[in-house]
Design a protein around this ligand. Structure first.
Ligand code: SF4
Ligand code: SF4
Length: 280
């Protein structure tokens, strides 16, 4: 019998007092549940896949709950891309699934924190074997890691058809392929901050930018699943998504060209020269 279920709580990015207050409130409420083994980690999306926190998460083998500031689908595929095994669980009863279930609960402005606690309670109550409960009253474990705000695409592999349109569209070398010619995010940090262009041209709605303001791009399963299949133009506020994507990509190129060149920036110079030669 396990004593408690691992619950991973991703911190918000620094600076939002309301979010910090919510973290405190939820942390206290979660620690009052003896069947919860709580670990607080830096913002999930900003973690480096090779860093110690992702390494720690990869070592967890039991069913686990992840609470983050991302839509569940975006949180799950961020973890999965970093090599964390499991399948996205939708219901408390998903504990019997073939792969280790990972429940991802998203904290968004419209989410009532009580609904998160209710969901945690439902999952704990549905556990295959009851938890004996922690015997201690210790503080939650806190994983400390230096992070910076990142911006990169996250692919929903359940949706991706492998068409490679994103690879052909992006001019910044973000995408590549593996030895089986499957799409790979080769250089995530080469993505231009704020550019969501390739998410608009993906025919399957598989590319997410979890920090984008549009729920269809940041990973709201309902917004993208129904909207993309039915009417792309409606989904993206009435604009032609291809034209919008081209304009966004052009802006990203212009921004890069206007940035001061670093000392000894020969590589950047040659990339800009290559881009200049392309018919954008
Ligand atoms: S465009 Fe979309 S479906 Fe095609 S390979 Fe890229 S992520 Fe997959
Ligand atoms: S958002 Fe823009 S820069 Fe980033 S991967 Fe897509 S096309 Fe490339």
């Amino acid at each position: 019998m396990c004593d408690a279920m691992p619950v991973i709580f991703s911190e918000p990015r620094p600076g939002d007092a309301d979010q910090q207050e919510l973290v405190l409130l939820l942390t206290n409420a979660l620690m009052s549940r003896k069947a919860v083994d709580l670990t607080i980690v830096p913002h999930l999306y900003d973690l480096e896949p090779t860093g110690p926190t992702m390494e720690f998460l990869r070592e967890i083998e039991e069913p686990m709950i992840v609470i983050s500031w991302l839509y569940p689908r975006a949180a799950f595929w961020t973890l999965k891309t970093a090599g964390i095994a499991g399948q996205l669980a939708e219901e408390p009863a998903d504990q019997e699934e073939r792969e280790r279930p990972v429940w991802c609960l998203g904290l968004h402005s419209e989410v009532d924190p009580k609904s998160i606690l209710d969901e945690v309670d439902r999952i704990l109550a549905g556990a295959a074997a009851p938890f004996s409960g922690r015997s201690d009253n210790r503080e939650p474990t806190r994983r400390v890691e230096d992070t910076r705000e990142r911006w990169y695409p996250v692919i929903d592999r359940d949706r991706c058809s492998g068409c490679l349109e994103c690879l052909n569209f992006c001019l910044f070398g973000v995408y590549g392929t593996d030895s089986s010619d499957d799409i790979l995010i080769e250089q995530p940090d080469a993505c231009r901050p704020g550019c969501p262009a390739c998410s608009r041209i993906c025919p399957e709605g598989a590319i997410m930018f979890p920090q984008h303001g549009d729920p269809a791009i940041s990973g709201d399963a309902k917004a993208s699943l129904e909207g993309l299949k039915l009417d792309l133009s409606q989904l993206f506020s009435g604009a032609d998504p291809s034209a919008q994507a081209l304009a966004e990509r052009d802006r990203a190129v212009e921004t890069m060209q206007s940035q001061p060149k670093p000392a000894g920036g020969d590589r950047l110079d040659s990339l800009v020269d290559e881009l200049d030669e392309m018919d954008l």
